[in-house]
Design a protein. Sequence first.
Length: 256
Amino acid sequence: MNHLDYEKNLETFLKQSLATDATDSSNLNSNDATFDDTITDLDYRDIFKGRIFTRDDENYKSFSSFTKMVSKVDWVYETQDIVAFKILRALRNNFRRTGRLSQDQDRLLDVGSRFKSTLYFAQLFNNGVVCVEATPNTHSQVGCTLTMPFNSVLGMQSMHAEAQNLPIQSESLSFITSLHAIEHFGLGKYSDSIDYYGDQKGLREFYRVLAPGGIIICSVPSEDIQSYVEFHGQRIYNPSDFDLIMRDCGFEPLED
C-alpha cells in the first residue's frame, strides 16, 4: 500500500502521481506541476495554472486585488484540494485503465476532510464518496453505523463513526482521503473519544480497509521541529516522525 503526504512536498508527489497517467500529464506545461504550500506577499501563485508572478509582473496588481477580495480564503487548504484532486484523478484513471478498480470499489472513503473537498472528489467516482465524521456520542455507540442515505446529486453519503473504529469490511476500498484530519484523531476537539494514540489507530484502520495496492492521500501540519501536541487541538509532526508512523502502520510512499 502507498501513502502521499503532499503538504510536506507538494511538487514531488504531484509530479510522481501525474506521471502515472499519460493523458493527464501530456496536457500539462512545464509549470503546471509546480505548487507551493504558501502564498507570500512577494510570491503570488496562480494555483489554478501553476504559474508564478511577482511584483514586477503586469498581472500582480489584478491578482493582488483578487486576493484582497478573498482574504478569508485559506490558500493552504485551497491548494491542497486542487493538488489532491489532480493526484486522485490521475491515480483513478490509472487504476481503471489497468483493471484494478472494480465496480464495487469505484468509490472513495473520506475521513474528516472538509465538506467542499469531498464534494469535489465525489465527482471522480461512479459510486461517489462515503464521508466519515465523528459526531457527539459517536464514541459511546459501540460499532456505530448510522449512515445518511446516498445523495445522487452530490454523489455523497455520510457515515457517523470514528477513524479508530471503522464499520467497514477489510480490504474493500482502493482509495482513502484524509486531509488535515489525522492530527485531530483522539483529541476530542470534534466530539471524538480521547485517545493519545488515536492518529496511529486511525491509520491502522485505514490500512485494514484498503485493498492490497490501495492508496491513501493525506495531509498533516508539519514543522522541522520536535513533534508535539497542542492540547485539545492538533498534533504537529516532524516530517520524519510522520513518515515513521506511516511505515509502522504498514504504508509505503508512492514511488515513480
